[in-house]
Write a protein that binds this ligand. Structure first.
Ligand code: DGJ
Length: 472
């Protein structure tokens, strides 16, 4: 038999691997070679991953179009805590000072480093000053003035691009009132004032369109009574009814009502008429957002079961209610502040952890089907420094919107909350790009990424690619 084999193979060109069919040695060598191949691939893959996790920088930037390059330039931030002031030996003995961390400084209302996170009015972004070099530049964390020269009040907000007026509208919590605690254990709050609305053609100069859904001043039983909570308003347009529909988180001072509110208007600039609040799918609902898909089906996504999971379900055709269809996703992951977007048929979401007004680590998630399953990919933040990346640049996600004409490029909107003075919370807008390998392989994917990476690039100062600015 062996002889016959040798005869048959006499005229065959020998391969380097000597893979003669049926030979015991050849089978072994195939297995060994495959194993070595796999090991080499794993080695390079994990080398890439570990380099990336050390720097927060994905190793794939050179493929991008030149216009994107400015957006994905990796900027480090070298904020250093100055050495503590000299103290007397007696004071040191009484209370030895342990070194503070950047996050402790951020949370400390009397920290001398507060100006780093909340720079003063002198550095405000003022679109009406012909700033020359500063025109169209975003400065995350700086005060951002509207076209009347007042700080923009649109916290926990979202953007609507209105085809009918070719305008962008920015809706958010109008928080220009005093911050206080309703009782000892209550979170810092500002009475409801209403939903602020701003309009813009270029995403940089914003005109105040007023409070499009105001608080209720007298009726204490009303959801919008000043003593309650109105957070994270989002607006979408319904082409069947020609109405603008607003969804928002409605709560009481202690966050026990845990409901969503719905309002409607004929115009993007209001006034919006409040319809009702509801506990969607009979569930508690706190941080939320809505997402309108390409086929015009809209979805409500909300933190539920005491923030331990997210729920997602389609809205009715008029967008005024939920349907009975709902899925529980990211169960047990304790995520909030969902910001959902879509790229090339895949759904993505950025979420935060649940730590009140304090910043924490963002996570990016992906799904083939909006109803799930949703997979967690890892921290999307790139650049800054480690603390920046672990705190979402000291901010919390609220919305992500696409830049038209720039496939895979989005703007990530986040709030840098200032619990000592919530009206002075800042906006952190940064470029978000979809592409390249993920930084943490999924459990079942044998170390190979299933989704492209979502990256949010830190910039002290950045602007949109010129085409968009020129067009608008
Ligand atoms: C975190 C949420 O994301 C915010 O919208 C707000 O509800 C705060 N918690 C209140 O502590």
């Amino acid at each position: 038999m062996e002889n016959k084999m040798r005869m048959r193979n006499k005229y065959r060109k020998p391969t380097t691997l000597h893979c003669y069919a049926g030979s015991r040695y050849s089978k072994l060598s195939i297995v060994v070679c495959s194993l070595i191949g796999c090991l080499i691939m794993f080695h390079f893959y994990f080398l890439n991953q570990s380099q990336q996790s050390q720097t927060g920088v994905p190793q794939m930037q050179s493929n991008y179009h030149p216009l994107y390059r400015e957006l994905i330039e990796v900027e480090d931030d070298t904020i250093k805590i100055p050495p503590p002031r000299k103290r007397s030996p007696r004071a040191i003995k009484r209370k030895p000072k342990r070194p503070t961390t950047l996050i402790e400084e951020f949370l400390d209302e009397s920290s001398q480093l507060r100006y780093l996170f909340f720079p003063g009015v002198k550095t405000a972004i003022d679109p009406m000053k012909d700033g020359g070099n500063e025109s169209f530049y975003y400065h995350p964390g700086r005060i951002w003035l509207d076209t009347d020269g007042n700080p923009i009040q649109a916290h926990g907000g979202g953007i609507l691009y209105d085809d009918r007026s070719s305008m962008y509208y920015w809706y958010g919590e109008y928080k220009d009132g005093p911050t206080y605690h309703a009782h000892k254990k209550a979170a810092a709050r500002v009475d409801i004032i209403g939903v602020g609305c701003y309009s813009s053609k270029d995403l940089w100069k914003w005109k105040n369109e007023g409070i499009v859904l105001p608080a209720e001043q007298t009726d204490e039983t009303h959801d919008l009574h000043i003593s309650n909570v109105l957070e994270r308003p989002k607006v979408i347009y319904n082409q069947n009814t020609n109405k603008y529909i607003m969804w928002m988180h409605i709560d009481d001072t202690n966050y026990t009502k845990a409901a969503v509110g719905i309002a409607v208007s004929d115009s993007p600039t209001g006034p919006f008429t409040y319809i009702k609040s509801t506990r969607p799918h009979d569930s508690d609902s706190r941080d939320m957002t809505i997402f309108k898909d390409d086929d015009n089906t809209a979805y409500l996504i909300y933190s539920s079961d005491d923030n331990s999971e997210l729920h997602i379900g389609p809205l009715t055709q008029d967008y005024l209610d939920v349907t009975p269809v709902v899925r529980r996703v990211l169960v047990g992951q304790h995520r909030e502040a969902p910001a959902l977007f879509k790229h090339e048929g895949t759904y993505y979401m950025v979420t935060s952890g649940c730590t009140g007004w304090a910043p924490n680590e963002a996570l990016a998630h992906a799904a083939e089907n909006i109803m799930g399953p949703w997979e967690t990919m890892g921290n999307p933040c790139v650049g800054g420094n480690k603390v920046f990346r672990l705190t979402t640049f000291f901010a919390q996600s609220t919305f992500v919107f696409p830049l038209p004409g720039f496939p895979g490029v989005f703007v990530f909107m986040a709030d840098r909350w200032n619990p000592a003075d919530l009206r002075d919370s800042r906006y952190v807008w940064l470029p978000l790009l979809v592409g390249g390998p993920v930084d943490r392989p999924l459990d079942y994917s044998f170390g190979f990424p299933l989704w492209p990476r979502v990256s949010i690039y830190w910039h002290k100062r950045w602007r949109l690619p010129y085409k968009l600015s020129a067009k608008k």
